[in-house]
Write a protein that binds this ligand. Structure first.
Ligand code: LRH
Ligand code: MN
Length: 386
C-alpha cells in the first residue's frame, strides 16, 4: 500500500497554474455573456488568481496571454504579482487574432507575415526575461480549410524555421511548450494537429522544447493517458492545459466532464514519479456562464482529487497482478483507488495547513465576489478581444 506520509507530501507539492483569461469574459461565436465584477486589467486578473491560491494553497502561479495581458512594465507587474502572493507563470503567445494571420502566422505563404509572427514570439521571450517566467507556450491556430489551399510540406518547413529561431533565442532556464490541437479554427488541416507532430518538432529543436497536452484538443475517444505515458518515457512532456469536454474544445472545468480520464492521466504522472519533476500543470478554461473564481477553485480541487486517487493506487499489487496477467485483478486495484473518497484526506490536509477544508465555501463566505462587483464599475472588461 502507498505510504500515507508520501501521499500527503506529494499532495502538498502539487502546484496548479491558473490562466489569466479564465477570469475574463469568454463565450462562443454565438454569445459572450459578460459578468459583473470581471477584471478590467491584468492586475485585477492576477488579484482574482491570488484568491484561488488563498483558498486552495495549490495555485501559486498565473499564466499570462500576450497581448491580452500586455502592460508597459512587466518587471513591475511581476512585483505586483508577488505582492499578491503568487507569481507569473507561462507566457502565452497569440498569433491567432490578427487580420494578417488569416492564411497562417509562422506558416503563412507571405514571408512578411511570417516575420511579423516570429517578431511577436520573440517579444514574448523578452517578456519572460522581465517576468522571470520559465515557459513560453506556443499554440498555433495555423491550418487550412480546403485541400490544395496550401502545401502541407511547405507549411511544416516554415513552422520548423520559425520554431528554430525562437528556440535559439530562449535563455538557459527557459523552455518552449508546443501545444497541439486537432482542429478549429482550421477545419481541414491544422499545422500542429497532434502530439506526434509536436513531439517531432520538439525532438528536431532540442531538449528544452517539450509538448503541451491540452486535454480538449483531441479527437473523441483519444486515449490521452497513453500520450502522457509515451511522452514521459521520451522525457518530452512539458505541460498540461487541463480542462474537460463532452464534444470538442469545450474548455469546461477540469474533471467536470470526465473525472475518470483525469485520474488515469494523473496516474501515469504518479507512476512515472513525475508529480514534481518540472511538468507544468496548468488550467486552460473558459467560464462562459458560471461564476469564474469559484469555477477555477473547483477545478483546482478536481485536479487535487484526481491526483490523490492516483497516489492511492497500490502500485505493488497492481504490478503483481499485471505481471501475472490477472486482468480483472489489475483493473480492480486501479478502480479501488479511483473509487476511494479522497475528500476527507484533502480537507484534513487543508485544515493542517491553516486553510478552510471547504475552499469554495470559504471563498463565497469571504465576500470577495460581491466586493469586486461593487468596485469594478466602468472601464473595459477583459476578454478575448475576438
Ligand atoms: C487554444 C488554447 C491555447 C490558448 C487558448 C486560450 O484553443 O487552448 O492554449 O492560447 O486556448
Ligand atoms: Mn490550451
Amino acid at each position: 500500500m502507498p505510504n500515507p506520509a508520501n501521499v500527503r507530501a506529494a499532495l502538498r507539492s502539487l502546484e496548479i497554474e491558473t490562466p489569466s483569461w479564465a477570469y475574463g469574459n469568454s463565450g462562443t461565436r454565438f454569445k459572450v455573456f459578460a459578468q459583473a465584477g470581471v477584471p478590467r486589467t491584468p492586475q485585477e486578473k492576477i488579484a482574482d488568481a491570488a484568491q484561488v491560491h488563498r483558498f486552495t494553497g495549490s495555485a501559486p502561479s498565473v499564466a499570462l496571454h500576450i497581448p491580452w495581458d500586455r502592460v508597459d512594465d512587466f518587471t513591475e507587474l511581476a512585483k505586483y504579482t508577488h505582492d499578491q502572493g503568487v507569481r507569473i507563470g507561462a507566457i502565452n503567445s497569440n498569433v491567432f487574432q490578427d487580420d494578417d494571420y488569416k492564411l497562417g502566422s509562422v506558416t503563412n505563404p507571405d514571408p512578411r507575415v511570417r516575420r511579423k509572427a516570429v517578431r511577436h514570439l520573440l517579444d514574448c521571450v523578452d517578456i519572460m526575461d522581465a517576468t522571470g517566467s520559465r515557459d513560453l507556450k506556443l499554440w498555433f491556430s495555423d491550418g487550412i480549410n480546403y485541400p490544395g489551399q496550401d502545401d502541407l510540406r511547405d507549411r511544416q518547413d516554415r513552422l520548423a524555421e520559425a520554431l528554430r529561431e525562437v528556440y535559439d533565442r530562449l535563455g538557459p532556464h527557459q523552455r518552449m511548450l508546443l501545444e497541439y490541437k486537432l482542429f478549429e479554427p482550421a477545419f481541414y488541416a491544422t499545422d500542429v494537429p497532434d502530439w506526434g507532430t509536436s513531439y517531432a518538432h520538439c525532438v528536431e529543436l532540442g531538449p528544452r522544447a517539450t509538448v503541451c497536452i491540452d486535454t480538449g484538443h483531441h479527437a473523441p475517444g483519444t486515449n490521452i493517458e497513453f500520450i502522457v505515458a509515451f511522452l514521459l518515457r521520451a522525457g518530452r512532456l512539458g505541460a498540461f492545459d487541463f480542462n474537460s469536454r463532452f464534444y470538442a474544445d469545450d474548455d469546461l472545468m477540469a474533471g467536470a466532464a470526465d473525472p475518470f480520464q483525469l485520474f488515469r492521466i494523473m496516474y501515469e504522472i504518479v507512476r512515472a514519479d513525475s508529480l514534481s519533476s518540472g511538468i507544468a500543470f496548468m488550467l486552460d478554461q473558459c467560464h462562459n456562464i458560471e461564476a469564474k473564481i469559484p469555477a477555477v477553485i473547483r477545478s483546482v480541487l478536481n485536479v487535487q482529487e484526481a491526483t490523490a486517487k492516483a497516489l492511492l493506487v497500490d502500485r505493488d499489487a497492481l504490478r503483481a497482478a499485471q505481471l501475472e496477467g490477472d486482468v480483472l485483478g489489475a483493473n480492480a486495484v486501479l478502480m479501488d483507488a479511483y473509487n476511494t473518497d479522497v475528500r476527507p484526506l484533502l480537507a484534513e490536509l487543508r485544515t493542517e495547513d491553516g486553510l478552510d477544508p471547504d475552499p469554495v465555501g470559504a471563498y463565497r463566505r469571504s465576500g470577495y465576489g460581491e466586493r469586486v462587483v461593487a468596485e469594478r464599475v466602468g472601464g473595459q472588461q477583459a476578454g478575448w478581444n475576438a
